[in-house]
Write a protein that binds this ligand. Sequence first.
Ligand code: CAA
Length: 255
Amino acid sequence: MNFRTLLADQVDGVGVITLNRPEALNALNSALIDDLKSVLDHFEYAASVGCILITGGSKAFAAGADVKEMAELCYPNTYLENYLGRLDQVAQRRKPIIAAVAGHALGGGFELALMCDFIIAADNARFGLPEVKLGVIPGAGGTQRLARLAGRAKAMEMTLTGRTMDAAEAERCGIVARVVPLEELHSVGLETARRIAAQSRTAVMMIKECIGRVDEGSLAEGLRFERRIFHSVFATPDQKEGMRAFVEKRPAQFR
Ligand code: CAA
């Protein structure tokens, strides 16, 4: 399989997806989201795949949705195209998905990791939802999933300040299942996925479905709500200023 923005491989029953836009720290642009959907469709229906591993580079898992692509979007486009809605399909998959995260997992990149069933982090991983610094809000489930995993206080503090946390703090607050040295991330991620792929496929998928039920009902409502608010932020001057300032490499001047 050939993709522009990621590498896809199959190893012993594991579908391995490596985000591969190093020049943009794996920022999630439309092409990457399309490629991710195609490869997940493939692995979801491949009888030989029992578990999926999503990873990035050693400097970045993904540094967010692509700000350069987003900067000039307006509310009608985001609403009509359900901007970022396609990323949600990662969370809808029936086979288990592990995120193996090294380096920056920020904004949409962190939200992508949170859509996976669990995260294994390298000791250099940094997690954050810095959208507030761009004059916008998390738009791919971050407010809902972070609050459910780490609690309301941590979610409020992280999203309102935009600060990042390291892997040890993420493990302490239940965001990350395990922290491993950077050089072991790939082998531990692969070994964990292999172990899952070797179990009963039915039992594995049923367990995933049951645990998913824990917070499904009101999560769906929260996600819809968050998406609507996220789209409407593209009607504000602060979104334009925050994102233009990023592209122009200068501090934002919010009114
Ligand atoms: N979108 C587009 N391009 C990005 C990007 C992003 N999210 N993050 C990094 N890049 C690009 C940079 O613009 C730069 O490109 P150029 O070489 O063409 O200038 C390249 O990747 C390398 O980045 P830096 O030079 O900035 O690398 P650094 O090591 O100095 O800093 C960083 C790393 C702290 C992660 C910094 O890149 C950064 O702050 N990135 C933006 C993080 C962010 O705000 N993410 C949230 C996006 S909004 C979002 O995700 C909305 C949502 O809820 C879905």
